[in-house]
Design a protein around this ligand. Sequence first.
Ligand SMILES: [Zn+2]
Length: 488
Amino acid sequence: MAHEALYTRGRPKTLSHLIGQEHISNALARAISTNRLSHAYLLVGTRGTGKTSTARLLAKAMNCDRVHEAQSSGRALEKKEIPCNKCDACKNFDSSQDNVEFDAASNRSVEDVTRLLSTAHFAPLRARVKTFIIDEVHMLSFEAVNSILKLIEEPPSNVAFFLATTELNKVPMTIRSRCQVLNFRLIPQAKIAPYLVTLANRLNVTLHEDAAQKIARLAAGSMRDALTYLDQCYAVSEGEITLAQVNETLGLISDENLDDIISAVRARSRVEVAKAVTRAFSSGLAANVIAESLITRLRDIEFDMLDRNESNLADFDRIIDSLREATREMYGSGIPDIILEMALMKLAAPAQNFIMPMQNVITPAPIPQATEPAENLDAGQKIFYDTKDYLNSEVPSLKGLLDQAVVTSFSDDMLTLGFRKEFFAAGFTRSQKDFEDAVTHVAGRPIKISVVIDKNLPPPVLKNMPKQESLNLAGAMKIFNASDATKI
Ligand SMILES: [Zn+2]
């Protein structure tokens, strides 16, 4: 059986069907009743809010026999009569050559557009008014915009223009100032959901209330998107559409799963976070979809709380901020799953108590503590410096590298030197044998050298000096925000 897309079936047939844009349909009904329609309209709004549908209704109404009769007799028209959809003009509208529609975003050449517009100068073939509906008008070439401008400034008789755009700021002011502007709003969820239920009923399908709400929320103000989503669910439904089916068909994460993640984060239970996130991933969802669903869910929860006059939203704000940050990081990253997991794990980390130092405003940079007795380190440092002095006269080229080294541990026969940068460690290892020989000579017994790289080591100038001096210097470095103590 041929399946007519709901997007087509759900299209408004009269002004009364224009969901969520009552401010426009009311004004237009008045203008039509009093025969005060403009010959140029600029329809502005996000995609799927009804711009093209409204343009078609207006174009049809301008030609509708019943509308004209009412106008002549001075009878006020109701929205459900605009247009009548019964007269010959209405019936022929869809196939009428007097209604020209094109999308400026599709690849039409300048010649095509100019040719189409030039027909405005010819009288309509059958209709009363020749109508031009141009979508995404801001995408037109400079030449095409100029042609339209001329047509609007000195309109041929019986021609009307409906220019639709999603980006008003890209439409030249010259066009904007000559059109009547209709601003389309995002359609509220509360209006989309009942409409979907009605539409499903007409198809003999029961659309569950929570399923309708979910689709409406996902559509984010666009009726076209809502109808497309409903269409996808309808295609696989058997007389009924449940929330679970919506989630499955549209590849969405369930609210239950989202709430589990949020509860686990708020309870600071990393184990539960891991479980809930794994469950979300196992249903085949992409990390960015999960993150965005979490943000939407948190926002809904916040709105519900505000409705109940609860104002303690800090915890939710904290989670939303981190997720937004994580979402940004995910783009272009090869490890989006890990980024999301880490962000949630971090959020679930135990709360920390910060103690502000009351008297000592300057807190010295923490110095990693060796796990071995301090006397061992002292002995190691003494040998290290003695060897340095010895080498300064013997192998001067090693001095620069040894300035970068920190004694990290010392046992009877093993001296370990740490470097903050791999570059220095690599340079040192090339002369390691010379240093080993020198240490053995200075200590009077065989000593081996090992090397570690750790970017978190303190600057050598701090580590290789007596403790009190090093603390003072660390404080001084903090005051001057110096990254290198040698600059103080
Ligand atoms: Zn009609």
